[in-house]
Design a protein around this ligand. Structure first.
Ligand code: NAG
Ligand code: NAG
Length: 383
């Protein structure tokens, strides 16, 4: 698919010699592209049947279905290569890929049933058994983890290295820690979704700073200033990365003082993922049980600039929104929908289980936005 796109582009730009066959082919291509633009022929606008309280699952599946690189991975059968050498169960990936293929080959307003997929995911994570309302973000975690385990290119994991990296400069240490992570966990899923978080612990006594680097699959953001009725996503990021004081029972041991000391702790982003999933902590304990914060969190659809949260200087950290899981209602009785930007025509649609309707991008921001999917902007839009 990727090479095709490049070739089509080359033709359009007229860089190739115009032999008659190419002219015909390029007008066919133009015709097809034109048809793809008129919304009647847009693919991917297919609803998912609600199997009984499964809107949390449907909402996340639609967000993932509109994750272009993940869809391509499933549609082009590249995932099969990664599965081919596997002796473990590969049913989640297979059912997931089949579901995405069904979504992207059915005609608009058809409805696809995710029941086979559901059978496999609940075999992997029995907590999703039955037909109870669940938390969409927890489901996303389980699903990505399940997919990754099946397509992990590492079959024999090396023993975790115990070599001490503390003598290295931080950026080098971060790279080494990432390399170690990939030696054990290396898949298309990791390439797309996983970033690296740096946590710096500074002793208030001697000033010694120790750093830890951890991979992350999403960031769970506390909602800033609970009393205000409106906050921005960047406010929530600032709260998440705010310097914390660890004192009293929480006092860590300083490696230099060799004693428990009052320390400050701060997060920065060491490596920005291609797909950044931001989860707004609207529910305490991450469960849809207690109250829900319905604070309006405003977030940009384009050019979310996260450079101020980077550990390194001059990172590429500008993101565009392409999907949102929307949770309405307050308790277990709530309802999930998804808003997704179609990767082919760039228009926004609402996915409400089996129903798919066009929407305006101005409706995307609401006080019900719960999980946000951002994609790192391409190098061209950086200019
Ligand atoms: C999102 O949730 C809100 C609150 O219930 C609801 O009014 C809105 O219609 C939902 N949006 C979509 C597009 O599902
Ligand atoms: C979703 O669809 C149901 C009917 O199937 C409807 O009652 C509900 O209002 C819709 N919700 C949103 C947010 O569009």
């Amino acid at each position: 698919m990727r090479t095709h796109t490049v070739r089509i582009h080359g033709m359009g730009a007229g860089r190739e010699p115009q032999i008659p066959g190419t002219v015909i082919l390029s007008s066919i291509v133009e015709f097809v592209l034109h048809r793809a633009k008129s919304s009647k022929h847009v693919q991917g606008l297919v609803g998912l049947r609600n199997l009984g309280n499964t809107c949390f699952m449907n909402s996340i599946l639609q967000c993932l279905s509109n994750t272009k690189d993940l869809r391509d991975y499933c549609q082009q059968n590249s995932y099969r290569r990664d599965l081919s050498s596997k002796k473990c169960n590969t049913a989640i990936m297979e059912e997931f890929a089949q579901l995405l293929q069904a979504i992207w080959t059915s005609s608009a307003n058809e409805v696809v049933s995710p029941s086979e997929f559901k059978t496999q995911i609940q075999r992997y994570a029995p907590r999703f058994m039955g037909y109870n309302q669940q938390d969409a973000q927890e489901f996303l975690r389980f699903l990505l983890d399940g997919l990754h385990n099946e397509v992990n290119r590492v079959t024999v994991k090396p023993r975790p290295s115990s070599q001490d990296l503390d003598h290295m400069p931080d950026s080098e240490k971060g790279k080494q820690m990432w390399k170690r992570y990939l030696e054990r966990e290396d898949s298309r899923i990791v390439e797309l979704f996983v970033g690296q978080l740096k946590s710096s612990l500074t002793c208030t006594e001697c000033g010694y700073c120790s750093t830890v680097f951890d991979p992350f699959w999403d960031l769970s953001l506390p909602i800033a200033k609970k009393s205000a009725s409106e906050v921005s996503l960047v406010d929530c990021m600032r709260l998440f990365t705010k310097e914390d004081v660890l004192d009293g029972d929480e006092k860590p041991t300083c490696c230099r003082c060799k004693a428990r000391r009052r320390c400050t702790k701060k997060f920065t982003i060491q490596k920005f993922p291609k797909i950044l999933v931001l989860h707004l902590k609207r529910f305490s304990e991450g469960r849809i049980r207690s109250g829900k914060l319905s604070t309006f969190v405003s977030f940009p659809l384009k050019d979310l600039d996260l450079r101020e949260f980077s550990s390194e200087s001059n990172p590429h950290a500008s993101y565009n929104l392409y999907a949102v899981s929307n949770h309405s209602g307050t308790t277990m009785g709530g309802h999930y929908t998804a808003y997704c930007k179609n990767p082919s025509n760039g228009e926004w649609y609402t996915f409400n289980d089996s129903r798919v309707t066009a929407m305006s991008s101005s409706q995307v921001r609401s006080s019900d936005a719960y999980v946000l999917f951002y994609e790192l902007s391409g190098p061209s839009s950086r200019m």
